[in-house]
Design a protein around this ligand. Structure first.
Ligand SMILES: Cc1ncc(COP(=O)(O)O)c(C=O)c1O
Length: 458
C-alpha cells in the first residue's frame, strides 16, 4: 500500500466507454409503461421528450457504450477527478479504517451532475434540438445543464424547486450567468404548476412537480426536448465514468474497497461510483458492500413501496417500477434539496430488491455535524447531499475503531457546498431541525399508486 494522499489519473486515462449495468443484471428490469395505455413504451412514444440517441441508451443492453469524442473533450476540463485517501480524517477519528473518497466537486458546476449534462447537451445538439427544459432541486443539476447548454449552444430553461430557489439565490445567478432561464416551481407558466398553486399557493415545490412543468413545456415545441438529471438508465450510464476511474485509482493505491457508500436522491451518483464495482462483484464473486444513504425525511428505498409509479406529480412521464413514496408526496423542506425525490432509479430499485444494495437513513443534523467534522479534517466543505455519504463513512470508520477492524471504505463526495453556506450558517446558529415526513401524506400518496395489470406485477 502507498502513502499518497491523492491518486490522480492523467487525461489519457479518461474512460473511453460508459458501463451499462443493464447488460449484467441478474434478472431483467420490469418494462417501462406508457402513462396512458399502461403498455410497454416504444421509442416513438419517447421521441417528443428525448433525442433518439438518448432513447437508444435508455433501452440498450450493450455492456459498453462509447463516449463520443466531443463529450470526452469537455470531460477533460476536469476529469479524471481525484481520488483521495482521507488520512487526516482517519487520524481525527483514530480509526484503523482506510477511508477513500472520489471527489466530484472539482467539476465546473461543483458536482457529478456535469457528467451527464455534457452528454445530454451533446446528443440534443447533434439532433438539431435548440432548447432543453429541466428541473432542479439543489441547483447542482440546473447549473450543470446551464453550463452544458452554453458550451453546445442550446437555450436552457430550468424549473427550480421553490424551497431551493428561495434558499439558494447564487445557484440561480450561476445558471443565469451561463445564459439559462431559471423559474421557481410551482410556477404559473404551466398547467401542472397552476394546478398545484390552486390547491396550495404556498407550495414549497418538489422535484416531482418541477419535472411535470419541464416535460409539459418540452412537448409543446418541436425544437425543444427535456433533460432529466437522475433516475433514468441513460443518466446512470453517463455517471459510470466515476466508478471506472475509481477502479484504476484504487489499484494505484494498491487497495480495494470493502464497502462503497454514496447518497441517493434519484440514484445517479450512487450508481456512478457503485455500478463499475458491482460488475467486478458479479464477475469475481466479491463481497463488497454497497450502502445507499438517504435522508430520513425522504426515505424512498428504506420505507417506500416497490411498485409502478410516475416520475412526476402531474403524471406526464412514463410509469417505471421503482421504490416510491408516491408521486403525490411532497417531502419536507430540508436542506439537501437534491435528495427530495419521491422515487428511485429503476436500476437501483431493482438491485436493492435483489439484495445487492443496502439502504440506510440519517437525519439532517447528524449529516451537517459529519460534514463539518470532514471539512475540519480534509479542508473540503461538502454539499448537504454529500454529507449523507460522509455521515455513513464516519459511522463505518467508528465501527472499525470499536471492533478493531481495518476496512477500506470508499465514498462518493458528489459535490462541494460552496453555494450552501446559508445552510451551514443556519446549522451553526442552531436554527436547523430534524424534519419528519408526514406519514399520512405518504400513506395517501401510496394509496394513489396506479393499478397496473396483475400480469406485469412481480
Ligand atoms: C451534490 C449532490 N449530490 C447528490 C445528489 C443526488 O442526486 P443523485 O442521487 O441523482 O446522484 C445531488 C442532487 O442534486 C447533488 O446535488
Amino acid at each position: 500500500m502507498t502513502d499518497s494522499i491523492k491518486y490522480l489519473l492523467d487525461e489519457q486515462h479518461l474512460p473511453t466507454n460508459w458501463y451499462n449495468i443493464s447488460a449484467d443484471l441478474p434478472t431483467p428490469l420490469a418494462p417501462v409503461l406508457h402513462p396512458a395505455t399502461c403498455q410497454p413504451i416504444t421509442t416513438d412514444d419517447l421521441a417528443p421528450i428525448f433525442p433518439r440517441a438518448i432513447i437508444e441508451q435508455e433501452m440498450s443492453l450493450e455492456r459498453e457504450i462509447e463516449i463520443p469524442k466531443p463529450v470526452r473533450d469537455v470531460y477533460r476540463q476536469w476529469r479524471p477527478s481525484p481520488l483521495y485517501r482521507a488520512r487526516r480524517l482517519e487520524k481525527a477519528l483514530d480509526t484503523p479504517a482506510r477511508i477513500y473518497y472520489k471527489y466530484e466537486g472539482v467539476s465546473p458546476s461543483g458536482s457529478h451532475k456535469t457528467n451527464t449534462a455534457i452528454a445530454q447537451a451533446f446528443y440534443n445538439q447533434q439532433e438539431g434540438v435548440k432548447r432543453m427544459t429541466t428541473e432542479t432541486g439543489a441547483g447542482q443539476w440546473g447549473s450543470s445543464l446551464a453550463m452544458a447548454g452554453a458550451l453546445f449552444g442550446l437555450e436552457i430553461v430550468v424549473f427550480m424547486v421553490r424551497v431551493s430557489f428561495d434558499h439558494k439565490p447564487y445557484r440561480r445567478a450561476l445558471m443565469e450567468t451561463f445564459g439559462a432561464q431559471c423559474i421557481a416551481s410551482p410556477s404559473s407558466l404551466t398547467e401542472s404548476g397552476r394546478a398545484v398553486l390552486a390547491t396550495n399557493p404556498n407550495s414549497s415545490g418538489s422535484l416531482g412537480i418541477a419535472i411535470s412543468e419541464a416535460v409539459e413545456l418540452a412537448v409543446q415545441r418541436d425544437d425543444t426536448r427535456y433533460g432529466l438529471g437522475s433516475v433514468l438508465n441513460h443518466v446512470l450510464l453517463h455517471q459510470t465514468v466515476i466508478g471506472l476511474e475509481a477502479i484504476e485509482q484504487m489499484a494505484m493505491a494498491q487497495d480495494y474497497p470493502d464497502m462503497i457508500i454514496a447518497c441517493t436522491g434519484g440514484g445517479s451518483n450512487f450508481a456512478g461510483l457503485a455500478f463499475p464495482f458491482m460488475r467486478e462483484c458479479f464477475q469475481r464473486q466479491l463481497n463488497t458492500q454497497f450502502i445507499a444513504v438517504e435522508p430520513s425525511a425522504c426515505p424512498t428505498l428504506t420505507k417506500g413501496a416497490f411498485a409502478y409509479d410516475f416520475g412526476d406529480t402531474a403524471h406526464l412521464t412514463p410509469l417505471v417500477k421503482m421504490y416510491t413514496l408516491g408521486s403525490g408526496f411532497v417531502p419536507p423542506g430540508f436542506h439537501a434539496g437534491g435528495l427530495r425525490y419521491h422515487g428511485m432509479a429503476p436500476q437501483i430499485s431493482h438491485l436493492a430488491k435483489l439484495g445487492f444494495i443496502q439502504p440506510r437513513i440519517y437525519n439532517q443534523l447528524e449529516c451537517f455535524a459529519a460534514g463539518i467534522q470532514f471539512a475540519k479534517a480534509e479542508g473540503i466543505v461538502p454539499a448537504p447531499e454529500a454529507n449523507h455519504a460522509v455521515c455513513a463513512a464516519i459511522d463505518e470508520a467508528n465501527k472499525c475503531r470499536i471492533n478493531g477492524e481495518s476496512k477500506a471504505i470508499l465514498f462518493n463526495l458528489s459535490g462541494h457546498g460552496h453555494f450552501d453556506m446559508q445552510a451551514y450558517m443556519d446549522y451553526q446558529a442552531g436554527k436547523l431541525k430534524d424534519l419528519e415526513y408526514d406519514h399520512n401524506e405518504v400513506a395517501l400518496a401510496l394509496s394513489g399508486l396506479p393499478a397496473i395489470d396483475a400480469a406485469l406485477r412481480t
